[in-house]
Design a protein around this ligand. Structure first.
Ligand SMILES: *Cc1c(COP(=O)(O)O)cnc(C)c1O
Length: 425
């Protein structure tokens, strides 16, 4: 990893123009690439040469941005995907197949929960969910002979729990499988899961990395630290010949640092085609250039708003791991010493009706399904994303009807608090 500080790498990483070349990353808006001979192209198809042949698999613009994200996370290789959903699916499906089993934190994004619990179940991949603060014994008890991966989110969306990454990593490694961490909410500016033992890191770049609500996207980063060959029986896709590429063995040909991303590109991008558009990768890079500056402000606003709400008589409970009263405060102090993110959730006295009335009275903070961009927004799960659930079911799921998820943007905190104050009054 380079020695420059992370903020410098947000600005400078991934792309270094040569003499007379464009200062900004070029948007290579081309589906295809030209070669002099069929032999040149054949070498690319055989994975014998490096280069581009079709943008469904790889594009230079995407690779500049992926290289920056790999650098920020401290990984050996990375790839961009069309969305965060695609990133998590690829990260898991690259090492799981029909008959595999996953151990996952129960506190994860709803879309990822659906992906693992319902869609991947239809592919014959089972899951056991454990609490994000499960003890080592509880995590160990979830493993089976066919477990192939452990999954969790650094800060979960929307529950805002903080994962004990070291404990999950130790459990995964003692069972010979990698830990995959979705690091969307803190971003590598506030936490680098690889430093705590994670093997693969994923992102919905749609959130803070883009940061402007402009482009849906995802990313997968490999740490290069997991020794696939040492657990060759568990990961035949990486350690035995791939007949669709003339018998290449990824872990041998591309080494520990390159095998995972090369396989995901060569097989999963080839077959599923969830590539990020080069224009979106360009927009993502604009966001990355200011990520370190913006995350400080999101955290400052989140902390100020959480402290304000905690003292408000109409607010029953605030979840924000920067508050000493939060059950995840201690874990956050360890993994997120500079703060986590700008998302705060809180429960208003009076349930669903009170939450709806409050949100209707907000003047600046918008009602949106989105989180983690420059403009503050909020959502009441009971009347939107979790609308089909009864108040009883919501309570069981830990999402009270009066819960509001508030994403603090980049406005000044005094104006955010003023908007909240008048709506609560
Ligand atoms: C939004 C989100 C996703 C899904 O990402 P998309 O870009 O919307 O597909 C995955 N994980 C987390 C933590 C998210 O917040």
């Amino acid at each position: 990893m380079s020695k420059q500080k992370i903020g410098t790498r947000c600005v400078q990483g991934g792309y270094t123009p040569g003499n007379g070349e464009p200062r900004q990353i070029p948007i290579v808006q081309s589906t295809t690439f030209k070669y002099a001979t069929s032999a040149d192209m054949g070498a690319l198809f055989d994975l014998e040469a490096e280069g581009y042949f079709y943008t469904r698999l790889q594009n230079p613009t995407n690779d500049y941005v992926a290289a920056k994200i790999a650098d920020l996370e401290g990984g050996s290789a990375a790839m961009l995907t069309s969305s965060g959903q695609a990133a998590n699916f690829f990260a898991l499906f690259n090492i799981c197949e029909c008959g595999s089993h996953i151990v996952s934190s129960a506190s994860i994004y709803g879309g990822t929960f659906n992906l693992i619990a319902n869609t991947m179940a239809k592919m014959g991949i089972e899951v056991t969910f454990v609490a994000p603060d499960a003890s080592r014994e509880e995590i160990d008890a979830a493993f089976k002979d066919n477990t192939r991966a452990v999954f969790g989110e650094t800060i979960a969306n929307p529950a805002l729990t903080v994962l004990d990454i070291e404990t999950f990593a130790a459990a995964a490694h003692d069972h010979g499988v990698p830990l995959i961490i979705d690091n969307t909410f803190p971003t590598p500016v506030n936490c680098r899961p690889i430093e705590w033992g994670a093997d693969i890191v994923t992102h919905s770049t749609t959130k803070y990395m883009d940061g402007h609500g402009a482009a849906v996207g995802g990313a997968i980063v490999d740490s290069g630290n997991f020794d696939w060959m040492a657990h060759a029986d568990k990961f035949p896709g990486l350690t035995t010949p791939d007949e669709s590429y003339h018998g290449i063995v990824y872990a041998e040909k591309f080494g520990q640092g390159g095998a995972f991303i090369t396989k995901a590109t060569a097989q999963l991008m080839r077959d599923f085609g969830c590539i990020q558009a080069p224009m979106n990768a360009y927009l993502l890079n604009l966001g990355l250039e200011s990520l370190h500056v913006r995350m400080k402000k999101h955290v400052e606003n989140g902390q100020a708003v959480a402290e304000y709400l905690e003292k408000h008589p109409k607010v029953l409970k605030v979840s924000y791991s920067g508050l000493p009263s939060d059950p995840f405060y201690k874990t956050a102090q360890k993994y997120l010493p500079q703060g986590g993110c700008g998302v705060v959730s809180f429960e208003i006295d009076g349930g669903r009706a009170a939450a709806e009335e409050f949100m209707g009275k907000l003047k600046m903070i918008a009602i949106e399904t989105h989180v983690a961009d420059a403009r503050s927004c909020c959502l009441n799960p009971a009347t939107s994303t979790h609308r089909q659930m009864t108040d009883e079911q919501l309570k069981e799921a830990g999402i009270p009807a009066g819960l509001v998820r508030l994403s603090c943007g980049l406005e000044e905190k005094e104006d955010l608090i003023a908007d909240l104050e008048s709506a609560l009054a």
